[in-house]
Write a new protein. Structure first.
Length: 257
C-alpha cells in the first residue's frame, strides 16, 4: 500500500513536470552548450578534447542543477497554492509518502533530462573520435548523484519556507558545497576557537560536492578508481536519505490549514 501510494504520486509528479516548459528550455540550452563546445574548441590552440569535456560536463551539471532547484522548490509550494494538497492529505496518504513520491517523481524527470543531455554529449564526443569510457560514465553518474542531493535540498527547504527563500537557500548550499574544502582550510587558519569550530562544523554538516567532481581527472586522462566512485555514490545516497527524513519530519509537523 505504501509503495503504491508513493509510486502513484511519483508518476503524477513526473507527468506534471513534463508539462513544465522550463524543463524543455533548460535541456535545449544544455544541448546547445554541449554542441557549441565543438565550435569553441576550434577557436583555441590545443587541448581541444579537454575543452569539449569541460564544457560538456559543466553544461550537464549546471542545467541539471537549475532543474533540480527551480522545479524542486515548487513540488510542495505549487500543491499548497493550488489547494490540491488538502485533497491528498485528507485521503489515507501520509505526508511522508507525499514527500517521497514528489521527490521520486522529480528524480525520474532529472534522470530523463540528464540522459538526453548525456546522449548529446556522447554524440559530440563521437564527432571528435572520443570513445565512451568508464571515467566518463563515472563522472556523469556522480553528477546525477549530486543532482539527487540538490533535489532533496530544494525539497527540504520547500517544506518550511517560501519558494523565493527556498531558491536562495538551495543556491547557497550548491555554492558552499563546492567550497567546503576552503571552509576547513579557513577554520585551521583562524585563531578564534568559536569561529574555527563553527566553520569546521559547517564543513562536516554541509555536502562536499568536490567529491562528485571528476571533470578534471577525466579531461586529463587520470585513472578513476571504481572503489572511490562507489564510496562517493554511497555517501551521496546516505546524505540524500538524511535530507529526505528531515523533510518528512518537518512536513509532518507543518500546519497546512
Amino acid at each position: 500500500m505504501m509503495f503504491r501510494d508513493i509510486s502513484a504520486i511519483a508518476q503524477n509528479t513526473y507527468k506534471e513536470n513534463l508539462r513544465d516548459k522550463i524543463l524543455y528550455n533548460l535541456v535545449i540550452f544544455g544541448l546547445v552548450m554541449i554542441g557549441g563546445a565543438v565550435l569553441l574548441s576550434t577557436l583555441t590552440m590545443g587541448e581541444r578534447n579537454k575543452i569539449i569535456m569541460d564544457i560538456g560536463f559543466a553544461s550537464i551539471e549546471l542545467f541539471g542543477t537549475l532543474i533540480a532547484i527551480f522545479v524542486g522548490i515548487g513540488l510542495v509550494s505549487k500543491e499548497l497554492e493550488k489547494k490540491t494538497i488538502y485533497t491528498i492529505i485528507c485521503k489515507p496518504v501520509s505526508r511522508s509518502r507525499f514527500i517521497l513520491g514528489k521527490y521520486l517523481g522529480l528524480v525520474v524527470t532529472l534522470f530523463v533530462n540528464v540522459s538526453i543531455m548525456s546522449i548529446g554529449f556522447f554524440l559530440v564526443l563521437a564527432t571528435v573520435h572520443i570513445a565512451p569510457s568508464f571515467a566518463i560514465v563515472a563522472a556523469l553518474l556522480l553528477i546525477f548523484i549530486q543532482l539527487m542531493i540538490m533535489t532533496a535540498v530544494a525539497l527540504l527547504f520547500s517544506t518550511f519556507t517560501t519558494s523565493s527563500l527556498s531558491a536562495m537557500f538551495s543556491l547557497s548550499i550548491y555554492i558552499i558545497g563546492h567550497l567546503t574544502g576552503d571552509l576547513k582550510n579557513l577554520a585551521l587558519q583562524l585563531s578564534e576557537n568559536f569561529s574555527s569550530a563553527m566553520l569546521e562544523m559547517m564543513y562536516y554538516i554541509l555536502p562536499n560536492f568536490d567529491y562528485f567532481n571528476l571533470k578534471g581527472e577525466v579531461a586529463h586522462g587520470v585513472a578513476i578508481d571504481p572503489i572511490t566512485v562507489g564510496g562517493t555514490v554511497a555517501y551521496g545516497l546516505a546524505y540524500t536519505l538524511v535530507l529526505l527524513v528531515l523533510a518528512c519530519v518537518i512536513f509532518e509537523r507543518r500546519d497546512v490549514k
